[in-house]
Design a protein around this ligand. Structure first.
Ligand SMILES: Nc1nc2c(ncn2[C@@H]2O[C@H](COP(=O)(O)OP(=O)(O)OP(=O)(O)O)[C@@H](O)[C@H]2O)c(=O)[nH]1
Ligand SMILES: [Mg+2]
Length: 207
């Protein structure tokens, strides 16, 4: 079980499959470095980033799905911990950012669905909704995507956001490239969320 959560009543969490770039995105959101890596399963405990005297933090959660050198049982346990963390802190979580890899998400989702399984990303989007958190989908690694609009429409389709993706721009679908620091589309979504939640005091964290 995850421990040592700082005492904050406002939080943005990053969730998603392993290796999609959550910790890289966390670096861009906070200006602070976290371990990132070429293979899945780098982050094993939540990375929290908070500010002294401010009632806010970003949390980068461990990835789920395939992880190198990790057994099925341990992987399931990590996912259970993530789900429990989000459930227990749902009240504080102003936005749940589901990070996906723009290049591979559709193929992975379709492969899982063909086998009759609920794909992790699909499950996570509906889980967040179930606990009352409106998901934001950050479509990362857009530098590797050629057919941008088609790809974003396909991701919308798979995750239950009615295409075209532009309808969700600034609200729920944010194409980004964390590695290059291009995360403005996500910041815009977060600014809108904070404003809707009457938390304009938090806009300073997503400039
Ligand atoms: N091409 C490209 N690669 C990226 C981008 N963002 C992150 N990466 C790379 O993706 C790999 C995984 O990044 P991480 O940030 O460690 O991913 P993570 O989701 O935190 O992974 P776990 O902690 O294992 O769940 C690293 O090699 C990053 O450099 C991006 O926008 N474009
Ligand atoms: Mg990580």
């Amino acid at each position: 079980m995850f421990e040592d959560r700082p005492d904050r009543d406002a939080e943005v969490v990053l969730v998603g499959r392993s290796n999609v770039g959550k910790s890289t995105l966390m670096r861009e959101l906070t200006g602070h470095s976290f371990d990132t890596g070429g293979k899945p399963g780098v982050t094993r405990q939540p990375n929290h980033y908070d500010w002294t005297g401010q009632d806010f933090m970003f949390t980068d959660l461990p990835g789920f799905g395939f992880m190198s050198g990790v057994e099925d049982e341990r992987r399931e346990a990590i996912k259970t911990d993530i789900v429990r963390y989000v459930e227990e802190n749902a009240e504080a979580i102003l936005a749940g950012v589901v990070v996906v890899d723009g290049k591979s998400a559709v193929d992975i989702i379709d492969r899982h669905a063909e086998r009759g399984n609920v794909p992790h990303d699909v499950e996570m989007v509906s889980f967040l909704r179930d606990v009352g958190i409106d998901p934001v989908v950050a479509v990362n690694k857009m530098d590797k995507v050629d057919d941008r609009d088609e790809r974003l429409d396909a991701i919308c389709d798979r995750l239950g956001f009615y295409p075209p993706w532009q309808q969700w721009e600034g609200e729920a679908i944010a194409p980004i490239c964390a590695k290059r620091g291009d995360i403005e589309a996500l910041n815009e979504c977060l600014r809108n969320r904070f404003h809707e939640a009457k938390r304009d005091d938090l806009l300073q964290f997503v400039k």
